[in-house]
Design a protein. Structure first.
Lengths: 404, 866
């Protein structure tokens, strides 16, 4: 007996988009609606394809943001699934954990919510028993390895494990209900549906251990296609297919500007690229880096403030649909050496020589402001490095006699 | 390095001009608008590039077309002589550098040749303009210090400018306690927005309590509704009670009246029926009267006639009239017969010598059978004797014939005799109506006949059997004697005392028989006569009874007949009358029946109304009508007052109170409903309101922008700081070197008024020859300028080591007075020995101040070039 289901996670419905500003209203609207539209697309597909059930593994929305509209729209989609008799098994993650004091709207009856302890829910699908294991986050951080509470499979039913958390060896992401792939495999389940990591990835092929990723990127670090997994467990094996749902994509592209001498050429090149992006990808938030530029062009480029470049490019692209929003444009340039210009050299050396402590002092006026500290993420080493490089580049621009 | 020659192809309004420079001072003299600045720009632009299109710097590209650019010939201590040619072309112009010693190149080479100096660098150190000096006036202590510092160190006014620019920018972005800078504002905005978000979040968090409240309100609404219904109900009741008071009163009065009328009954449609009945009654009555009257008339007509039975009897009698006559005739006959019979009997008596009375007719008859039998037997025996005698005598031949004949005859005659006797007996029996006897006689006859035949056969067989005929004969004779004896006996019994000869037996017997018969006949006749007489008498009696008067027997029949006729007629007519009466009666009967019925009906109606007469009947009708009306009203009232229990007597006061309570309830219901709607709308609004998420998104955007702005600011700060530090280093390091020279120049320029200019922690200061120290900010504009110039010159001189550019001076001393001008001129004269100076001026005095070979008249250049 084959069992077919959809695996998705990290919907983050209605959580705001970071990193962009001065967006025209319609872009903001589309950004705001993109997570909902992505989820709606998923549900429409489910209503059409009628899988046996849907798994949502955590972080459905940012509960801390208290969005009632998110819940409301989410429930509307769940109702559609209810009308199509598709059960939904969902668990709450670190962002929408159970201890939150936000109002919870009642869910339709086809929805099963996992509680704070690891539990198993069993359903019969055309005579085949399917057991789904999972748990919801009780509070924002869970550092215990919840994997140890999952039972080992010891019968002929199909077992599916759901877990919102991070791989133990992954230092990049905060440690949430950590596990190793080995631990997962030891449970002998037929499929592991993971959540928490927004980049979809297959950690193991057979049996599949998969992060479905989120269904819509929310800032420039979540680039590429976003979607969910369409999984079929058959007696002769498990197959899975990634289905795209993202409505707006984040991309960073590099434009080779070797042939670009002036604004017109640049705009034309950009237009050409954007056009093909529109066709191939759709609505995109894009960061442009101009590479292989000639000196002259670089100088030419820096004669006009970046905001103006951005403004011109955006204006040129504003008439087209779907929108391509230029969030940033920059020129990749090398640092010059000012061998003959000792003064300049010494200034640059000074910049390079700054360490974090000094940097913090230099910027103390702002970053030590209590009001400020609440609002902006503190800088880490990498940020300081980038800052120093930017500073020296800026100085360079200044010193080469062009206006910033 | 030195400029040697400037060839202008086309620049501004200069075209095809050549300027030769000499060492030391070069005066380029020209009035305003002569094109001095143009030449200045030309030099710098050849070296550092034409401004880009849209650049802030003005372009001097010739408007008429033609060549654009020029060539500058330079001699450098390090690099030797070289030319720099720049013409119009791509963005900054196409530059070509050609060294005398062979190398050629473009921008890269040029840069190297220019010791890495950019235009700003060069201008910062080696260019002097009025603006720079004038700017000092506006500067504060700090700015002055910085300017001087800059001037005295790198000469990078540029750096200072940059630093100034950066500071301006960074301050525009953020100042620690500022209000206006972008970041400050943004932080405030974000905070404000945070509060607004908090408010929104508060609102959203109200969802849950609102939900609870909603449920509660719903509960309350339900309870209020109940109360409302109850109050309404009460209201209705009270109102009804009040309304119903009069009705109740009416009810009770009706009830009591009905009580009075309880007994009142009245048949349905009573009036109609009584009237119908009465009318009909009268009709029928009249009819009855009419018919009765007629009947009476008829009755009067009725005469007494005999009754039908009597008539019948009469008819009956007459019907038997024949019989009567017959009987009378019979009587006559019988009387006649009697007579004849008497005579016969008498005859017979005579004959027989027997009185009739002696004849035992009865026993004769009784014995007759026996006698007959004996006779027969005797006869038979006799016959047999004869027979035997014959036989004995005459044996054979005629035996059979005779036998058969005799037998036949005898047989026949025996049988005939029997039959005749039998028949007579039967008739006699029948006459006496002795049926049984008749039957018995018939039976006996039959039996006898059969026996006879048998005997005959027996005797025949006996005869044939062959006993000896003699014996037989003797036997027979004996037998015969016995028989005869017996027969005589019989006759005796009969009353015949005489002996009789056997041959006479039969005859006697038949005479006796005849006598017997006559006697019997007589007897019979007597009887018959009696009976006839009786009958006649009876009939006569019967007849006379029927008649009103006595009549003789012989007339009876006629009288009766007549009477019958009369009576019949009478009867018929009476019958007719009767018939009419009957008809009348028939008519009358239904009428009277109907009358009775009607009467009964009327009576029934009266009874139904419990009255006995018409007047009260009508009265009763009225009462009944009233009763019915009241009953209807009663049931209406009862229906109306159906649910009403008048236990409590409500008054207007109650109504008021209740109405008030009702109003209050309605008000509270309205309020609750309003609250409900409001809550519901609010809740709905909360789940559908995009505002919060829009605000969140906007806030996030602000934060992103803040992050970027922060980076911008930080970057600026870094650069600032780096520059600052560098400047400080320079201050520590480079400046001192310059300061000595600066003091020297300063002393000179101020005419020894000031003896020193120095730098301490607080900044620059000037010390007068009187040892007075003035902070740089305290100096007058003129003195500031002198201080500035001193520094600049000092730096330029110092720089000569690394970057020996000519000094480019664009009429910086226009505003100096004569004395100061003289002073500065003197300084310049000194300097020009080591430095090439290109001095642009429009002042005659400057022209005259220098006995310089090289005074280039700018205006003359054009003509020269032509």
């Amino acid at each position: 007996m084959t069992v077919r289901f959809f695996h998705t996670a990290d919907l983050h419905l209605d959580s705001p988009f970071k990193g962009s500003y001065h967006l025209p209203h319609h872009v903001v609207q589309q950004l705001r609606e993109s997570t909902f539209q992505a989820f709606e697309a998923l549900v429409t597909y489910a209503v059409q394809e009628k899988p046996d059930f849907l798994l949502i593994v955590g972080d459905l929305y940012d509960g801390e943001n208290r969005s009632l509209t998110a819940q409301y729209k989410f429930i509307q989609q769940l109702e559609r699934l209810n009308d199509a008799d598709i059960p939904v098994f969902m668990s709450y993650g670190n962002h929408d954990h159970l201890s939150g004091t936000w109002s919870r709207l009642p869910l339709p009856k086809n929805v099963y919510e996992f509680s704070k302890d690891v539990s198993s829910k069993s359903i019969m699908i055309r005579g085949q028993e399917v057991v789904i294991h999972g748990f919801s986050y009780e509070k924002r951080h869970i550092s215990e390895p919840k994997i140890e509470d999952y039972p080992v499979k010891n019968d002929e039913s199909i077992h599916i494990g759901t877990l919102h958390g991070s791989v133990d060896t992954d230092l990049e992401h905060a440690v949430y209900a950590p596990f190793t792939v080995q631990q997962l495999l030891k449970k002998q389940y037929d499929y592991w549906a993971l959540g928490h990591i927004h980049k979809h990835q297959v950690l193991n092929e057979q049996p599949p251990v998969i992060y479905s990723g989120n269904i819509q990127g929310r800032h420039k670090n979540e680039q590429g296609e976003k979607g969910f997994y369409d999984v079929t467990i058959a007696p002769d094996g498990t197959t899975f297919e990634f289905e795209k749902t993202s409505v707006i994509r984040y991309e960073s592209i590099q434009l080779d500007c070797a042939q670009v001498e002036d604004a017109m050429a640049l705009l034309k090149l950009i237009d050409h690229h954007f056009e093909s992006m529109r066709e191939q990808i759709g609505a995109t938030m894009v960061e442009l880096t101009l590479v292989n530029c000639t000196h002259e062009f670089i100088q030419y480029f820096h004669e006009t403030p970046l905001q103006e470049w951005e403004s011109i490019i955006r204006e040129q692209q504003s008439a087209f649909e779907p929108f391509i929003w230029l969030s940033k444009v920059q020129v990749l340039q090398d640092r010059l050496q000012f061998e003959d210009h000792e003064l300049m050299q010494s200034i640059i050396e000074k910049i390079d020589a700054f360490d974090s402590k000094q940097l913090k002092e230099i910027t103390a006026d702002l970053i030590k402001q209590p009001k400020y500290m609440q609002l902006i993420e503190p800088m880490n080493e990498q940020h300081w490095q980038e800052l120093k490089i930017d500073a020296s580049l800026q100085l360079q621009r200044l010193l080469t006699g062009k206006v910033r | 390095m030195q400029f040697q020659k400037l060839q202008i192809y086309g620049f501004g309004k200069h075209r095809d001009e050549v300027i030769d420079f000499s060492k030391g001072m070069n005066i380029l003299f020209g009035n305003n608008e002569a094109g001095k600045t143009t030449i200045y720009e030309c030099i710098l632009q050849i070296l550092f590039g034409f401004p880009q299109k849209n650049h802030l710097l003005r372009s001097y590209e010739p408007k008429n077309g033609g060549n654009y650019g020029g060539m500058l010939s330079i001699f450098d201590e390090e690099f030797g002589a070289y030319t720099v040619e720049r013409v119009g072309g791509k963005a900054g112009g196409n530059v070509r550098v050609q060294l005398d010693r062979g190398e050629s190149g473009e921008e890269e080479l040029l840069k190297k040749l220019l010791h890495g100096y950019g235009r700003a660098d060069l201008e910062a150190i080696f260019a002097f303009s009025m603006h720079q000096l004038q700017a000092l006036e506006k500067m504060n202590e700090d700015e002055l210090n910085r300017t001087l510092l800059a001037s005295g160190t790198t000469g990078v006014d540029q750096l200072t400018l940059i630093e100034k620019q950066l500071l301006k920018e960074s301050n525009a972005l953020f100042k620690k306690s500022g209000q206006n800078p972008i970041i400050n504002k943004m932080i405030k905005d974000i905070q404000k927005e945070e509060l607004a978000l908090k408010v929104e979040r508060e609102k959203l968090s109200k969802y849950e309590p609102k939900k609870q409240e909603l449920l509660q309100i719903e509960q309350e609404l339900i309870s209020v509704q109940k109360q409302l219904e109850k109050a309404n109900h009460n209201n209705v009741q009270i109102e009804q009670s009040i309304k119903n008071r009069p009705l109740l009163n009416e009810l009770s009065s009706i009830k009591s009246r009905l009580q009075e009328l309880e007994e009142v009954q009245f048949p349905a449609k009573g009036i109609q029926r009584i009237e119908q009945a009465s009318t009909r009654f009268k009709q029928v009555e009249r009819e009855v009267e009419r018919v009765s009257k007629r009947g009476e008339e008829l009755q009067l007509q009725l005469k007494e006639a005999v009754s039908k039975e009597e008539l019948q009897q009469l008819q009956n009698w007459i019907g038997r009239d024949e019989e009567w006559r017959e009987w009378r005739a019979q009587r006559e006959r019988m009387l006649a017969s009697q007579q004849s019979l008497e005579s016969k009997i008498a005859m017979k008596e005579q004959l027989l010598g027997l009185s009739r009375s002696a004849l035992k007719v009865d026993s004769t008859i009784a014995n007759e059978a026996q006698l007959r039998k004996q006779l027969d037997e005797a006869n038979f025996s006799k016959q047999k004797i004869e027979h035997l005698q014959i036989l004995v005598s005459n044996e054979a031949t005629n035996e059979e014939n005779r036998k058969s004949r005799v037998q036949k005859n005898k047989g026949i005659s025996n049988e005939l005799l029997i039959i005749i006797i039998g028949v007579i007996a039967v008739i006699g029996a029948l006459v006496f109506k002795q049926w049984g006897v008749a039957l018995a006689i018939i039976a006996m006859l039959a039996l006898v006949l059969i026996l006879n035949k048998k005997n005959k056969n027996d005797s025949t067989s006996n005869l044939n059997n062959g006993e000896s005929p003699k014996r037989q004969l003797r036997q027979l004779k004996a037998q015969y004697e016995a028989q005869l004896t017996e027969i005589n006996e019989q006759f005796h019994r009969m009353g015949i005392t005489n002996d009789i000869e056997p041959e006479m037996y039969t005859e006697v017997f038949s005479q006796v028989r005849e006598l017997q018969q006559y006697v019997i006949e007589q007897r019979q006749l007597d009887q018959q006569l009696d009976s006839i007489q009786q009958r006649i008498a009876e009939r006569y009696e019967e007849g006379t009874m029927l008649l009103p008067h006595q009549v003789a027997e012989s007339n009876l029949s006629a009288a009766i007949q007549q009477y019958l006729q009369d009576q019949t007629l009478l009867l018929n007519s009476m019958q007719q009358v009767q018939e009419q009466l009957r008809v009348n009666e028939e008519q009358l009967m239904p009428l009277t029946d109907e009358l009775n019925e009607l009467q009964q009906e009327i009576v029934a109606l009266y009874n139904a109304a419990n009255v006995e007469d018409l007047e009260p009947y009508y009265e009763m009708a009225n009462f009944f009508e009233e009763k019915v009306r009241l009953q209807n009203r009663l049931s209406d009232l009862q229906l109306t007052l159906h649910d009403f229990n008048d236990e409590v007597e409500y008054t207007e006061f109650h109504l008021q109170q209740n109405t008030l309570a009702l109003e209050q309830l309605i008000a509270s219901q309205k309020a609750l409903q309003a609250a409900h709607s409001k809550l519901h709308a609010e809740m709905n609004h909360l789940v559908t309101d995009e505002r919060y998420s829009e605000m969140l998104q906007a806030q996030e955007q602000r934060k992103s922008e803040l992050a970027d702005l922060t980076k911008d600011w930080m970057r600026l700060r870094l650069v600032e700081e780096a520059i600052q530090q560098t400047l400080n280093d320079l201050k520590e390091d480079k400046l001192p070197k310059v300061m000595d020279l600066t003091t020297e120049f300063f002393q000179y320029l101020t005419g020894d008024r000031y003896e020193k200019i120095a730098l301490d922690e607080e900044g620059f200061y000037a010390q007068t020859s009187m040892q007075q120290q003035f902070k740089i900010g305290e100096l007058s504009q003129a003195t500031r300028e002198q201080a500035y110039l001193s520094l600049r010159f000092a730096l330029a001189v110092e720089k000569k080591v690394n970057a020996p550019f000519p000094l480019l001076m664009d009429d910086p001393f226009v505003h100096f007075d004569t004395l100061r001008t003289a002073k500065v001129v003197q300084l310049l004269r000194k300097l020009q020995t080591n430095h090439q100076i290109i001095f642009f001026t429009c002042q005659e005095r400057m022209k005259q101040a220098f006995e310089v070979k090289n005074i280039i008249e700018v205006e003359a250049l054009q003509t020269k070039g032509d």
